[in-house]
Design a protein around this ligand. Structure first.
Ligand code: COA
Length: 187
């Protein structure tokens, strides 16, 4: 029977599909992220990597997975080609990472991953889904805006968002970055 958390039921199987991640998926994800970073580097930015080690990344990925906030994309052949990782932060969910292997890029996997994570965050009762992204790259802020994210000004920031901004400011030109979010409840 088809897993109801998979979107195969909602899309043509030949377009590949998006489903909840599993433990067996984790080993493949760092290579997908590394491949997707090439897009950011080619655009003249440095990648945002908050992890000191692969173990740190793995710990977050396992937490995301157990919270039902790790979604993966697979090609029609069943090969992992992308993922979106959400992390619980206070009452919010942080979209910490989204990556699609450029060889599978611009085929809609990114949008489908974002849509699934929005639904997952809303369904678990989060107050909002928030991310930090590049202002100028067409597949970053403009894309997230088309997915429903709005600018998330300092007046709205929770404590963890101030900490995130400070961590980014220590590693990269902060003016290139923008917090965006979707609120699931009225302020
Ligand atoms: C962002 C990312 C996950 C999108 O994955 P994807 O599978 O290519 O995404 P989609 O095919 O669903 O396209 C997403 C949108 O970005 C746009 N887009 C994607 N690549 C683009 C490019 N190279 N140039 C211009 N627009 C682009 C598409 O037009 C699409 O917009 P639409 O859905 O409104 O038409 C992927 O580009 C990636 O991994 N980038 C590197 C990591 C990154 O930048 N992450 C973002 C967080 S800071």
């Amino acid at each position: 029977m088809l897993d109801p958390s998979s979107d195969m039921a909602h899309s043509e199987p030949m377009r590949g599909f998006v489903r909840l991640g599993g433990l067996g998926d984790l080993d493949a994800l760092p290579a997908i992220e590394a491949a997707s970073d090439a897009l950011i580097l080619a655009a003249g930015h440095q990648e945002w990597d908050p992890y000191d080690s692969l173990n740190d990344w793995r710990r977050d990925a396992e937490t995301s997975l157990s919270d039902g906030l790790l979604w993966v994309a697979l090609t029609p052949e069943g090969n992992l080609c992308g993922f979106a990782m959400g992390l619980v932060r206070d009452r919010d969910v942080y979209l910490a990472q989204i990556s699609v292997d450029p060889r599978a890029g611009r085929q809609g996997y990114g949008r489908r991953l974002v849509t699934r994570l929005i639904d997952a965050a809303r369904n678990r009762g989060a107050a909002s889904l928030v991310l930090s992204t590049y202002r100028d790259l067409p597949w970053c802020a403009p894309f997230f805006a088309r997915c429903g994210f709005v600018d998330w000004p300092p007046a709205r920031w929770a404590a963890w968002q101030f900490i995130l901004r400070a961590a980014e400011a220590a590693r990269m030109p902060i003016e290139t970055r923008q917090l965006m979010g979707i609120a699931f409840e009225d302020l």
